[in-house]
Design a protein around this ligand. Structure first.
Ligand SMILES: [Cu+2]
Length: 98
C-alpha cells in the first residue's frame, strides 16, 4: 500500500525533528558575571540577542562544551552564539572581545 509506505517514510524522519527544533540561532554580546564550572553554566549580562525576540538582561546559560567556560573570565566582554529549543538555551560558541 502506498499510504503505508508514506507513513514509514514519515516515521523515519522523526529522529531528525529535535535537530530541526534546535535550528533557532542567536548571537549577542555581553559581560560575564559568573562562571559555574560544576554546573556547566555561565551568567551573562547580555544585550539584545539577534535572531531571538529577547531584549538585554542578565541571565544564566548552559554551555554545550565545558571548555567554553575557560575562554573568558568574570568581567570580560564576550561575543557568543546560542541555540534555543523551547525554553532551553545553550551557548555553542563564546569568545572574548578584548
Ligand atoms: Cu536573556
Amino acid at each position: 500500500m502506498p499510504a503505508r509506505r508514506t507513513i514509514i517514510a514519515l516515521l523515519a524522519l522523526l529522529p531528525a525533528l529535535p535537530a530541526l527544533a534546535q535550528a533557532e540561532l542567536g548571537k549577542a554580546e555581553g559581560e560575564v558575571r559568573r562562571i559555574d564550572r560544576d554546573q556547566g553554566k555561565i551568567t551573562i549580562r547580555h544585550g539584545p540577542i539577534d535572531g531571538f525576540d529577547m531584549p538585554g538582561m542578565t541571565m544564566v546559560f548552559r554551555v554545550q562544551d565545558p571548555a567554553l567556560l575557560d575562554r573568558a573570565a568574570v568581567g570580560d566582554t564576550v561575543r557568543f552564539t546560542v541555540t534555543r529549543s523551547g525554553d532551553a538555551m545553550v551557548i555553542t560558541s563564546l569568545d572574548k572581545t578584548r
